[in-house]
Design a protein. Sequence first.
Length: 101
Amino acid sequence: MTNSTYQSTISKHSIVVASKEQVSSNLSGDAIILDMKSGTYYGLDEVGASIWSLIQRPKTVEEIKNAMLAEYEVEPEECEQGILSLLEDLATQGLIDVISA
């Protein structure tokens, strides 16, 4: 998969995948990510770590939302907003590639 240009808006139809320019590890349920380009570390809580685990292979935002709804008790709209917010942050930091669908 080629490195895609960051899209300013991620929708539920977007496909996202973790960038190849990072390494990550699970630490007591949380995820620690190292951006190899900048040398910066990032941390994700348990829910963020679950999403991070899912996007090690390309997934649509809708697929991520369905997986989170199956795992956590949360309203669908709140779930989608949280996912989109996290993905926007990850994309801004260059930690994921976003492909418009």
